[in-house]
Design a binder for this molecule. Structure first.
Ligand SMILES: Nc1ncnc2c1ncn2[C@@H]1O[C@H](COP(=O)(O)OP(=O)(O)OP(=O)(O)O)[C@@H](O)[C@H]1O
Length: 230
């Protein structure tokens, strides 16, 4: 496929960390990893293998030792830290296992924050639509502590979509919610990405989640470095 058809294109990526006992640990050595526009990919792998590290690199929260990371045609490794922050806000959505909502703000304010970082001004209509889409129109003015855990995760999903990202990164988004909410969360993310043609990479430990995806990649298959904490 051509560059234009690829939302994510990684080449010859390496990432090492200092080890507490001295020396450096190579966590990632990925010759090639690509996600096409609108494609949905589940990433599975052993604990400590480097899945979260890979998501952080793609989000520009970490920088690699070497290699190339292109997201929607932009080479992240050429951007400054500020440039990466700006690019992330406008182009990448991130759903965390632990939601990361701001406790002092209501549901709708949390969703709007996903836009302020991206475009400077907020679109109240879209924030409302997103809360409606995740089934929380009647909870718009509740703070996170006044919401159930599953509802908090749905607010976090609405926030991640607020800036109209091209790529959504999800790190175990169903790990902390009950099985019924997990199904809802998964459906919601997948449907929202399909509707807005957002490419998506979801890290999961759950085979139940992974088997819902057409494409399931094992980190061990794309990563020549092999690290495990088990
Ligand atoms: N800042 C850091 N400094 C040193 N080592 C680190 C750092 N961050 C991660 N590592 C190491 O990198 C490896 C990969 O960690 P990472 O969190 O990416 O794994 P993971 O596949 O997401 O694991 P899990 O499935 O358990 O969440 C681990 O061995 C970890 O100890």
């Amino acid at each position: 496929m051509s560059n234009a058809d690829m939302t994510l294109r990684i080449a010859d990526l390496t990432k090492t960390f200092d080890q507490p006992g001295g020396g450096r640990l190579t966590v990632l050595d990925v010759p090639q990893f690509e996600i096409a526009a609108g494609e949905q990919v589940a990433l599975i792998g052993e604990s400590g293998g480097g899945k979260t590290t890979l998501l952080h690199l793609i989000a520009g929260l970490l920088i690699p030792d070497s290699g190339s990371i292109r997201v929607a045609g932009t080479e992240l490794t050429r951007l400054s830290e500020q440039g990466r922050d700006r690019f992330r806000a406008s182009t990448i959505g991130y759903v965390f296992q632990t939601f990361n909502l701001l406790p002092a703000f209501t549901a709708i304010e949390n969703v709007r924050l996903g836009m302020t970082f991206g475009h400077g001004n907020t679109d109240s209509g879209r924030a409302k639509d997103l809360l409606d889409r995740v089934g929380l129109a009647d909870r718009a003015h509740y703070r996170p502590s006044q919401l159930s855990v599953g509802q908090q995760q749905r607010v976090a999903i609405a926030r991640s979509l607020a800036g109209k990202p091209r790529l959504l990164l999800c790190d175990e988004p169903t790990a902390n919610v009950d099985p019924v909410s997990a199904e809802n969360v998964l459906d919601l993310i997948r449907t929202s990405c399909s509707e807005e043609n957002i490419a998506m990479l979801m890290v999961t430990h759950s085979m139940h989640v992974a088997e819902r995806f057409d494409r399931v990649d094992k980190l061990e298959q794309i990563n020549r470095a092999f690290v495990t904490s088990q």
